[in-house]
Design a protein around this ligand. Sequence first.
Ligand SMILES: NC(=O)c1ccc[n+]([C@@H]2O[C@H](COP(=O)([O-])OP(=O)(O)OC[C@H]3O[C@@H](n4cnc5c(N)ncnc54)[C@H](O)[C@@H]3O)[C@@H](O)[C@H]2O)c1
Ligand SMILES: [Zn+2]
Length: 385
Amino acid sequence: MSLTTFSFPTPTRFGAGSIRELPAHLARLAIRRPLVVTDGGLVKTDAFRILASVLGEGGRDLDWFVFDGVHPNPVEDDVRQSAALFMAKGCDGVIAIGGGSPLDAGKAARLLVKRPGFDFNKFYSEPADWTGLVPFVAIPTTAGTGSEVGRSSVITLDSTHRKAVIFHAELLAKLVVLDPELTVGLPPRLTAATGADALTHCIESFTCPQFHPMCDGIALEGISLIVEALPRAVRDGRDIDARGRMLVGAAMGAIAFQKDLGVVHSMAHPLSSLCGMHHGLANALCLVAGMNFCARTKPGLYRRVGIACGADVLNCSDGEADCKTIGFITQFLAGIGLSAKLREHGVKAEHLDALVDQAVDDPCHRTNAVPVSREDFRSLYLEVI
Ligand SMILES: NC(=O)c1ccc[n+]([C@@H]2O[C@H](COP(=O)([O-])OP(=O)(O)OC[C@H]3O[C@@H](n4cnc5c(N)ncnc54)[C@H](O)[C@@H]3O)[C@@H](O)[C@H]2O)c1
Ligand SMILES: [Zn+2]
């Protein structure tokens, strides 16, 4: 058994109205001139209006600035521009509000504040001292990526046009605010797609083979929360209880994937970088194929996932348990409107070679439950295209 660190360190305030406490938390963190990093869609929502009114209540002690240019599937320039505005305005902390895209861009901007001009291509080849990054407060308004509790930032690099995972413990937030009232305006399709991302995190992290029983427990409880609450949140966006459970389930998914992810995420990343597909949707449309693929080599892999879903798998053979669990997930995704083929979302046969090339190079599948070859990726994409 290898030496391992178990770490669940992010202070998290959860509950409807928790955003109202923000000025007090900022004062405690000595943040007086925060840069708010978000996207152009979010600034028009009630979630942003609530944040603006709360920051307004900070009075003369708080001067705040906004960068609202983050792209869905953020690119290096989003990070550069956030860092440039941070420095131009003499800011002293970053608040990222939105889905995973603004959270990832805001998180990484602090690297460029510490080392202006740093080349992200050299992040792993030239290790640097990243201690003392400016403080970061993460406020998710989708319940999916769990980026708020993660130590990674997923940015599409200019040089490769691929999603790179910038990973460092110093990237962690000093505070996470999980306020379900900020997610009530998320439309049903995005609620479903982001929730499917969280579900995929829990399933892939639970089934990746590394020894991490703490993450395994969190992943299984996350699955139970999500399969119960996500259909309610999709049906009625104002269901605060469902929204709250989804926020916690999403954070649990990301805590669990400290352990790692698998083949489905390696299929999903190229679908975003090459075809612009939303990350959660890409996972949703690949999840069942990925599960069938893994179960063929490791029968019984999904029995405990099935139990967490409430499927009747306890006394089944391994093969039957997988079959029932995967059947449950298929129905579940269809029930929230996620049963399309990739071609219905603009993916074409001519994308196949490039998708396979990028998926093979993506690191997530190296920790998959079973090895995945180039030919496997090709057949998997053909199955879902
Ligand atoms: N860092 C990590 O650990 C991690 C994990 C998984 C995914 N990701 C990354 O996160 C990104 C995806 O994030 P996402 O799925 O949250 O989507 P997103 O951040 O791209 O947001 C999608 C859309 O939802 C809108 N939106 C967000 N909250 C809203 C609200 N409350 N009301 C109305 N509209 C709202 C946004 O304006 C945007 O148009 C991808 O780049 C993915 O690679 C990161
Ligand atoms: Zn994901």
